[in-house]
Design a protein around this ligand. Structure first.
Ligand SMILES: *[C@@H]1O[C@H](CO)[C@@H](O)[C@H](O)[C@H]1NC(C)=O
Length: 248
C-alpha cells in the first residue's frame, strides 16, 4: 500500500514542467523551430517568427527530448515546406510537421534530453552543419554550450553556403552533409557511418575540416563523437531552466 502511494507521488513529480526561453539576439528576423523526439510536446508551437531582440518563454515536459534551431530567410507565402527558407526549413512551413519536420541542414542545433535517468543532457551541435551562432545558458550553474562565431564567411569553400541574394553565406555545411548530398553517407569517416561507426574507427582526425568547426566553437559538436568536448550535463534535481540564444 505504501509503495503504491510513493509511486503515484513520484509520477506527479516527474510530470512537472521545465522552462525554455528562446531569444533572438540576431539583428534580423529568424524563424525558430522545435522538434520533439520523445517525452511529450512543449507548450510552444513547432515554428514561429522571431523579430530581432525578441524572446519567448515556454514550458516543456520534465523529460523533454528534442531540438531547437533557427531558420533563415524564410518566405512561407508560396509552397510552404522545406524550401521556404534558405536553410533550416521543415516539412510543414511555418509550423513544422510534428513527425517529420526536423529541419533541412545545414542548421546549428540546440539539443536537449531532459531528466534522462536524473540527468539533463544538452549540447549545441554542428554535426548537420552550421547556420546561426547559438548558445545554451542555464540557471543552475551548469556548463554552457556555445557556438558564438559566424562560421559562414570563413567556411572552407567546398562547405560554404547556401548563399542569400547578395551572395552572403548563410550556412556552412558539415563534411558529412556534403557526403550525404553526394550519396556517400552510408560509409563515411565524416559521418561516422558504415565501417567508421564507432568512436575508435571514427577519430576526429578523419573528419574533413574538423579543426575549422572545433577551433572556432570548441564547446559545440563538430562531429558525431564529440561528446567529451560538447555534451553537457546538469542534475535534473536542480530543475534548470534553459535559454537558447541565437547570435549570442
Ligand atoms: C514571398 O514570395 C511571394 C511569392 O513568390 C512573393 O510575391 C513575395 O514578394 C515574397 N515576399 C518577400 C518578402 O520576399
Amino acid at each position: 500500500m505504501m509503495k503504491a502511494i510513493f509511486t503515484s507521488l513520484s509520477l506527479v513529480a516527474a510530470a512537472s514542467a521545465r522552462t525554455i526561453t528562446v531569444y533572438n539576439a540576431c539583428p534580423f528576423t529568424i524563424w525558430p523551430a522545435l522538434f520533439t523526439s520523445a517525452g511529450g510536446r512543449p507548450s510552444q508551437p513547432t515554428g514561429w517568427s522571431a523579430g530581432s531582440f525578441t524572446k519567448v518563454t515556454f514550458s516543456v515536459p520534465d523529460q523533454w527530448n528534442g531540438r531547437i534551431w533557427g531558420r533563415r530567410n524564410c518566405n512561407f507565402s508560396s509552397n510552404p515546406g522545406p524550401n521556404s527558407c534558405l536553410d533550416g526549413g521543415c516539412n510543414g512551413g511555418l509550423l513544422c510537421d510534428p513527425n517529420t519536420g526536423t529541419g533541412v541542414p545545414p542548421a546549428s542545433l540546440a539539443e536537449f534530453n531532459l531528466n534522462a535517468g536524473g540527468v539533463d543532457y544538452y549540447d549545441v551541435s554542428l554535426v548537420d552543419g552550421y547556420n546561426l551562432p547559438m548558445r545554451i545558458d542555464n540557471t543552475a550553474g551548469c556548463p554552457v554550450g556555445s557556438c558564438g562565431v559566424d562560421l559562414g564567411p570563413n567556411c572552407p569553400s567546398e562547405l560554404k553556403g547556401p548563399f542569400d541574394s547578395t551572395g552572403f553565406p548563410v550556412g556552412c555545411k558539415s563534411a558529412c552533409l556534403v557526403d550525404a548530398q553526394n550519396g556517400r553517407a552510408g560509409d563515411s569517416p565524416n559521418c561516422c557511418s558504415g565501417s567508421h561507426n564507432t568512436p575508435a574507427t571514427c577519430p576526429s582526425s578523419g573528419v574533413s575540416h574538423y579543426d575549422y568547426f572545433h577551433n572556432n566553437c570548441p564547446t559545440a559538436y563538430a562531429y558525431a563523437y564529440d561528446d567529451k568536448n560538447a555534451l553537457f550535463t546538469c542534475p535534473a534535481s536542480k530543475a534548470a531552466t534553459y535559454t537558447v540564444t541565437f547570435c549570442p
